[in-house]
Design a binder for this molecule. Structure first.
Ligand code: NDP
Length: 439
């Protein structure tokens, strides 16, 4: 880890992500001299390449804006690089390197042939007009197109990149190359999207939670859940939770949290999905619309009392203080819908208090799994139906749960899912790298 710290100064998120994996697999690889001799962990922790480029676009006032774009291609041992694009003012090389590193293990856990990558820009889409978003996406793809391809690197959406942005990006790729091919996932249905892709991450996280509960002879019905975020992951997780008769007590955005004392109803969620997905409104507006919803400006949901917490907004959103508040309220399960939402200190609190944590690379892998299935559908020039895709998603999440459980079993009979996910994700990539020799 000292070498990783020295080589990556000021890249705290990346060092944190590598540290967590190293901590979990250290003991497990002790007897594996083949992994040690081939320096496998060091090699995975050094991206294959990082592409960084300038993105210039014109705003509606005819001023030129200069932004930075990146694609981190972390590892393609088991398949083409695959991972989302994030547009947010908080994006920098460290964040994208951590996400690409995590993605490598997550994609391996799905069992599908996908390597790990991530990309994006420090462009902040908030408050931009549709025309500005289009011009930015076109400029971004004008550089990115030369580094990607259906057998090379297949980006998708992430924070700030939804189906609208994917449409503009895909259109520009097609215009430049003259080729219609499955180079991006998260597309809309008329031009090669997959059914179930929008729902996949949120639904998949709930399927993982359901398996985790079943392993403890418990069920989701009647469980109370606090959720953060009100984007793609949070709102589809809320939908599946309501389907399973769990009680959704909160949603949030970067301005504040709504609290729903008696649990969100299906009708309220429909209204919020329209507000967020179509009108691009703020979560506070739900409290103006419904009497039983209260808005807490500037607050996160972690002070509330519930059985399960599902952080579905962003990285490091649960810090030590939040973890103590959650354990003070006897939270039993944490399911990471967002990527690395729990700080290392917060994770220590959960471990000390015996909270069962479903780590992001396992719990939110449903999204990339259905993206992998979108690639298969594009290659076949076919669309599969919703039922088939939901069955495949359920199967994949159950399989990921079982792999993590098996690899994460502790001597005292408890299960450390984070350790299990790191070991199971690492092994397949490491074995492929060994097979290729020194490179
Ligand atoms: P969206 O952009 O759709 O939604 C993100 C949500 O999180 C918004 O409600 C946003 O609020 C909120 N948020 C963002 N930053 C902060 C912050 N600093 N504090 C509080 N709230 C914040 O993104 P997704 O739902 O797609 O992604 C959420 C997380 O899940 C990310 O970590 C992403 O990497 C991860 N993920 C997503 C997948 C997917 O399929 N979409 C797949 C796997 C992981 P606001 O509107 O105010 O910014």
């Amino acid at each position: 880890m000292q070498g990783v710290k020295d080589r990556n100064p000021h890249q705290d998120e990346f060092v944190q992500a590598v540290g967590e994996v190293a901590e979990d697999i250290y003991e497990w690889i002790q007897d594996r001299s083949d992994y040690h001799n081939a320096q496998i962990l060091q090699r995975i922790a050094e991206p294959d390449r990082i592409i960084s480029f300038r993105v210039v676009w014109e705003d509606d006032d005819k001023h030129l804006q200069v932004q930075r774009g990146w694609r981190v291609q972390n590892n393609n041992a088991i398949g083409p690089y695959k991972g989302g694009l994030r547009f947010s003012s908080g994006v920098n090389e460290s964040v994208l390197k951590f996400l690409a590193f995590e993605q490598t293990f997550k994609n391996s856990l799905t069992g599908l042939p996908m390597g790990g990558g991530k990309g994006g820009s420090d462009f902040d889409p908030h408050g931009k007009s549709d025309a500005e978003i289009m011009r930015f996406c076109q400029s971004f793809m004008t550089e990115l197109y030369r580094h990607i391809g259906p057998d090379v690197d297949v980006p998708a959406g992430d924070i700030g990149v939804g189906s609208r942005e994917i449409g503009y990006l895909f259109g520009q790729y097609k215009r430049i190359t003259g080729r219609w091919e499955g180079v991006l996932t998260g597309k809309e249905m008329p031009y090669g999207g997959s059914r179930m892709r929008p729902e996949a991450t949120g639904f998949g996280a709930v399927y993982f939670l359901r398996e985790m509960l079943a392993a403890q002879d418990e069920e989701l019905k009647g469980k109370s859940v606090i959720l953060s975020g009100s984007g793609n992951v949070a709102l589809y997780a809320a939908q599946k939770l309501i389907d399973c008769e769990a009680k959704v007590l909160s949603l949030s955005d970067s301005d504040g949290t709504i609290e729903i004392e008696d649990g969100l109803t299906g009708d309220q969620l429909d209204w919020i999905q329209t507000l967020k997905f179509e009108q691009r409104g703020r979560i506070s507006e739900a409290a103006d619309e419904f009497d039983d919803i209260t808005y807490h400006e500037g607050k996160q949901p972690w002070q509330m009392d519930a059985d399960v917490a599902m952080p579905c907004a962003t990285q490091n959103e649960i810090d030590e203080g939040a973890a103590k508040a959650l354990t003070g309220n006897d939270i039993a399960y944490v399911v990471e819908g967002a990527n690395m939402p729990t700080t290392a200190d917060a994770m220590d609190v959960f471990r000390a208090k015996g909270v069962t944590v479903a780590p992001a690379k396992a719990a939110n892998a449903g999204g990339v799994a259905v993206s992998g299935l979108e690639m298969s559908q594009n290659a076949e020039r076919m669309h599969w139906d919703r039922e088939k895709l939901d069955d495949l998603l359920t199967e994949i999440m159950t399989d990921i749960h079982d792999k993590c459980r098996k690899a994460g079993e502790c001597d005292d009979g408890s299960v450390d899912y984070r350790r299990g996910a790191n070991i199971a994700g690492f092994e397949k990539v490491a074995d492929a790298m060994l097979a290729y020799g020194v490179m």
